[in-house]
Design a protein. Sequence first.
Length: 366
Amino acid sequence: MRIIRRYIILEMINPFFTGLAIFTFVLLMDKVLSLTELVINKGVSVAVVGRLILYLLPSFFVLTIPMAVLVATLMAFGRLSTDSEITALKASGVSLYSLFVPVVLFSLVATFVTFFIYVKALPWGNYSFRLTLFNLARSKAAVGIKERVFNSTFEGLDIYVDEVASDNSFKGVMIADSRDPENPQVIFAKRGVLISDPDSLKVILRLYEANSHPKYITRATRYKIINFPVSDFVLTLQKDTGGIMEIPQSDRDMPISRLYETFKAEKQAGRRYYSYLIELHKRFSIPIACLIFGLIGTPLGIRSRRAGKSGGFAISIGLILIYYIFITGGENLGDEGKIPAVLATWTPNLLLGGLGAVLLTRMARQ
């Protein structure tokens, strides 16, 4: 029996890594295309972009590992069923439950790996991604703002300065601020200075003795000047990068202990705590999806012997879409407090797991 279990696990390994590579590549392509803009338009080195892609991988692996488990199970048992090996094993007295044991072992390993990525690698990747962008923005701000030259490196801001000092302070600053398309402004300041904030991972241009003027004047509006002693402008490199350049710090970045403490604090303060509770449940429900996909993939793989490899892959795509439609819809409703967090995050597992258990039981009795 040990040889049979090892044989089934070996059958699952190749389609698992193939599915993992395909799904990860598909999800990553949009980000890769956006990141290439950094090389073309911003002069960022290929090595830095490669690091950014590396930091993004954990956020995709938590989704694609469960997908790959489903593909591996469907393809492995579909192949065994097509070659009548399942029939031969059952004729030899081997029950379907015994054949399911290696699937459980394989899925458990995938579950623990996904859980580790979700708990450790994902927060690290998100933080490292933001830190790299912070360093990019800081370096671009330090060398990009030149005397008497319009600088358009930063999102929604065209910056012009009369004089740049050696300490990165400026004299005679003018900014065309188009971040609000309906109300663009032109800001003049006597002086300014660059401030790097490592805690919030932001680069700030702080202006002193500044005043703001409307960029366009119509008959329906009055010319209004706003004076302020100090004003801060956050500099980002989001322009021309498809939105990739700004990942806000969120509950996904927090370790479980901090996430739980934040959830309790928000709940006690009477604020909206639903998103933190949803994220806590997702840290467990999504890794468990590896087991669920292994459970439902076994009987479906045996049933789909006539469909071949393409049919098994198509079935996996359909199930994955159903699962993530449920999980996304549940998360949206749960974030708004319309349904309990348990229902929002565990319903797809319960539905597909129940269906898989019924199919496996019926097939084992045949």
